[in-house]
Design a binder for this molecule. Structure first.
Ligand code: SF4
Length: 365
């Protein structure tokens, strides 16, 4: 069962300056400047009503600003609205997103007292030069310190990383990924840098001082990061920004690797790599092959517009290739049945190659 998250967007509240890529009005859309108790309650009740039952856990989330950078009274005001729902049993806990340089014991005690369970940290990069160019106003050490506090006080954590910021390189990005692994967050979000109008990044882009990643490159970097995090058992809960109406409005997004289904592109690239690794294991083929996947992974295996299938059929040649939905199959796992054997592929643990391929001679499902 999934977690139900009821989001509220704070539109840069608590931000002391503006990061060069940030346009909350475009990336998250327009939201009320002040969240009143009435607006809060109506929004939560509407979400609970339309979601129905069947959610493992319900959280109220405050996103789109620097929560712990807001005045303490304002933090308490919003947290009390949420706490009333927690006390009534309709909501289980609260999650917030904030900056690493606004984490200290005092603010964490306030959050703890108001049922905040999950804290998302906008780390964005673990390279100081990249952070400075993005005018983040914090260092990689601030992020490390924040995670020590968060772990010490028992919070669930999520880390945001960006791909393609000015000054970043593939090598630097994977250094950030390795540092992120060492921080042991419970989840990661990967966001490619996009050029929104009226941002500093837009001025740099127009002046020819910033060259965004291509979509292909951003997908490939995200894929490698996704594999690395999966190797470490760290869930990547989001790849690419949520698509807002404002983002799709002409003139708001100037450049960058935007795709409304960015995460699905990365997931389908992962399935193509796993399928190719499995086929390589059984080549040369003498007969047809069948792939088994969880029902929710069928589209990932097929790829956008069946793109993966076309590429895989080139590899299988005249031998039939079939896909079988396998209820109960673990999501993210791909199995191939060929010549009486079943092979499975999963991102391997570090040092064993990219994928771990297992062969099961007896199981012929
Ligand atoms: S801290 Fe976050 S919300 Fe505030 S300006 Fe930077 S990216 Fe935007």
């Amino acid at each position: 069962m999934k977690r139900l998250i009821i989001p509220f967007f704070l539109s840069n509240k608590g931000c002391r300056s503006r990061c060069i890529f940030c346009s909350q009005s475009i990336s998250t859309g327009l939201h009320p400047d002040k969240i009143s108790r009435e607006y809060f309650c109506t929004t939560v009740e509407n979400h609970l009503h339309s979601a129905g039952s069947g959610h493992r856990e319900t959280q109220v989330a405050f996103y789109g600003g620097n929560f712990t950078g807001m005045h303490e009274h304002e933090q308490e005001r919003l947290l009390k609205y949420a706490l009333d729902f927690v006390k009534s049993g309709l909501v289980h806990s609260v999650r917030i997103s904030t900056r690493p340089d606004f984490i200290n014991e005092k603010c964490l005690r306030l959050l703890k007292a108001h049922s905040v369970k999950t804290i998302e940290i906008g780390g964005q990069s673990m390279i100081d030069d990249v952070l400075e160019r993005a005018q983040r106003g914090h260092t990689a050490d601030d992020t490390k310190r924040a995670f020590v506090h968060l772990h010490d006080m028992g919070f669930e954590t999520a880390l945001h990383l960006m791909i393609g910021l000015p000054g970043d390189t593939d090598e630097r990005f994977f250094h950030s990924v390795e540092e992120a692994v060492r921080l042991r967050p419970q989840a990661v979000r990967l966001h490619p840098a996009l050029v929104f109008k009226d941002t500093m990044l837009a001025s740099m882009y127009k002046a020819g001082d910033y060259h965004p990643l291509s979509l292909e490159n951003a997908v490939s970097l995200s894929l490698r990061a996704l594999i690395r995090f999966r190797q470490e058992g760290i869930p990547v809960i989001r790849m690419g920004l949520y698509t807002s109406e404002a983002m799709e409005r002409k003139g708001n997004l100037l450049a960058g690797p935007y795709h409304p289904a960015f995460g699905a592109l990365v997931e389908s690239s992962l399935f193509l790599e796993m399928a190719s690794a499995l086929l390589a294991k059984v080549e040369p083929l003498r007969s047809g092959v069948t792939f088994f996947v969880a029902p929710s992974d069928v589209s990932n295996l097929r790829g956008l517009n069946n793109g993966n299938m076309k590429l895989l059929r080139e590899k299988t040649g005249s031998h039939p290739l079939e896909i079988c939905e396998e209820p109960g199959q673990k999501k993210g796992l791909l199995a191939l049945v060929y010549d009486g054997n079943r092979y499975t592929a999963l991102p391997s643990t570090h040092g064993e190659g990219i994928f771990k391929i297992n062969r099961h001679t007896a199981a012929l499902r």
